[in-house]
Design a protein around this ligand. Structure first.
Ligand code: HEC
Ligand code: HEC
Ligand SMILES: [Cu+2]
Length: 404
């Protein structure tokens, strides 16, 4: 089913204007009639009340007119309902997760984000759910208001026609920081969207995985084995003899600048002793990925680990934990790591050291030993990868203060 798009907003508004307009009109008519009758039939002008014994015409009118009006309201309402519920084919699906007190969005390629970035001119389908209590996804600019319910997936869709930034609110009161559950829809050009999607996720890029993804490892070995192209083993600082198209030979050192060009296949010559089979990737590999691959070639490191600060924000930790020492729903992260905390287990207080093991335990099963003096509201994070958990531990460590 395809529905012309502005029609969602337009038809919702038309329904609203029609119902509101006809109600307002009826209100005015009734008020005027009331005043008129009070004036016309007061005791001075009408000392003796008239007696009626039924009026068929009047009865038909007051049955037929409201029926028409209500049917018209239904027709308008039905058209906007179908527009809101009928997702056009080919819509990009974005998973929306609501939690106390933040939103996160996951794209089909696995990219996660705190804001909902979408391309203009294409429909977006939202699959909504919640990890804790009922929240409401409310995007007034697109006339969407849909509950997000734990254990259930609801949906909505919209299509931005212009570039712009639009608010997203939570429409269901969900506790202390309900009012902070704010983010936005950012509608950008399709090109900007593609670039944004390809950007390095906050989790960091794995250079080795990228070499695999771009098919480099089909022609280059990592272990020194001979292949179609030179091996990547010990490529750093290696002297390479390049043969330029005019046959001139030159020796280059495999440093970062050379590799950045070589990886894209435009190093200006062919490595001596090899066939010119290296594909040209110029402009096809986004810069962050290029850098990650070169970093891997130079250092052998897969990637910088995930960024703990970005992760803490994206996963909503910072909605409940401050980093400046102030108390929110949970204890502040400032100075937490390396210090002592009091937890309750089997009704007994217990002093524990906040170290890596403790943080990992909290992320896996926060209610095993909840922190004393706080509501047991900390959600479990079973879906974080070991690297992500590690990044959070490092992040907490970095907030521990001097000497930790
Ligand atoms: C179809 C096989 C093939 C694929 C796929 C391929 N390469 Fe190559 N590559 C070669 C060949 C052959 C050479 C040597 C000849 C030349 O310089 O063109 C080479 C040369 C290189 C060099 C220079 C090596 C040196 O010793 O100076 C680098 C760096 C390189 N490739 C990186 C990559 C990366 C990164 C990818 C993936 C994005 C990739 N290659 C994909 C075949 C391939
Ligand atoms: C909904 C609010 C909320 C969110 C979201 C949340 N926490 Fe918590 N957290 C709490 C509360 C409340 C406590 C204390 C009570 C308890 O242990 O359940 C707590 C306790 C903790 C503790 C133990 C502190 C101590 O002194 O014992 C750590 C560590 C922690 N959270 C880390 C995190 C991390 C990391 C994240 C994000 C991945 C996160 N929290 C997300 C509310 C939250
Ligand atoms: Cu909410």
């Amino acid at each position: 089913m395809t529905i012309p798009v502005e029609n969602v907003v337009v038809s919702v508004d038309r329904t609203f204007v029609f119902i509101f307009g006809s109600s307002a009109l009826i209100l005015v008519l009734i008020a005027c009639a009331l005043v008129y009758f009070v004036w016309k039939y007061d005791r001075k002008r009408h000392p003796v009340p008239a007696e009626f014994d039924g009026n068929l015409t009047a009865e038909i009118i007051w049955t037929v007119l409201p029926t028409i009006l209500v049917m018209a309201m239904f027709a308008y309402g039905w058209s906007s309902f179908t527009a809101l519920r009928g997702v056009p084919e080919g819509a990009m699906t974005v998973k929306v997760t609501a939690r106390m007190w933040s939103w996160s969005f996951e794209y089909p390629d696995g990219k996660k984000s705190k804001e909902l970035v979408v391309p203009v001119g294409a429909p977006v389908k939202l699959l909504l759910t919640s990890t804790d209590v009922i929240h409401g996804f409310f995007a007034p600019a697109f006339r969407i208001k849909m509950d997000t319910v734990p254990g259930m997936t609801t949906y909505a869709w919209f299509q931005p026609e212009k570039e712009g930034v639009h608010d997203i609110f939570c429409s269901v009161y969900c506790g202390l920081h309900h009012a902070n559950m704010l983010t936005h829809i950012r509608a950008v050009t399709p090109e900007a969207f593609a670039a944004w999607l390809a950007e390095a996720p906050a989790a960091g890029l794995d250079g080795r995985a990228l070499l695999d993804k771009y098919g480099c490892l089909g022609c280059h070995s990592l272990d020194g084995a001979a292949s179609m192209g030179p091996t990547f083993k010990d490529i750093k600082g290696r002297g390479t003899i390049l043969v330029a198209p005019d046959g001139k030979e030159s020796t280059v050192t495999a440093d970062e600048a050379y590799l950045l060009k070589a990886v894209q296949g435009d190093k200006g010559g062919v490595v001596k002793g090899f066939d010119p089979l290296m594909p040209v990737f110029t402009g096809q590999i986004p810069e962050p990925e290029l850098n990650a691959m070169v970093r891997f070639l130079l250092t052998g490191e897969a990637a910088a680990g995930p960024d703990g600060a970005a992760l803490a924000e994206r996963e909503g930790c910072l909605g409940c934990h401050s980093i400046d020492g102030s108390a929110l729903v949970g204890p502040t992260f400032k100075g937490l790591f390396g210090g002592k905390t009091t937890v309750v287990q089997h009704g007994h207080d217990q002093q524990v050291l906040v170290d890596q093991d403790y943080v990992l335990e909290v992320l896996a099963d926060p209610q095993k030993r909840p922190t004393k003096g706080y509501e047991p509201m900390m959600p479990a994070y079973p879906n974080l990868s070991p690297e992500e958990k590690q990044a959070l531990v490092q992040y907490l460590k970095s907030l521990a203060g001097a000497g930790q």
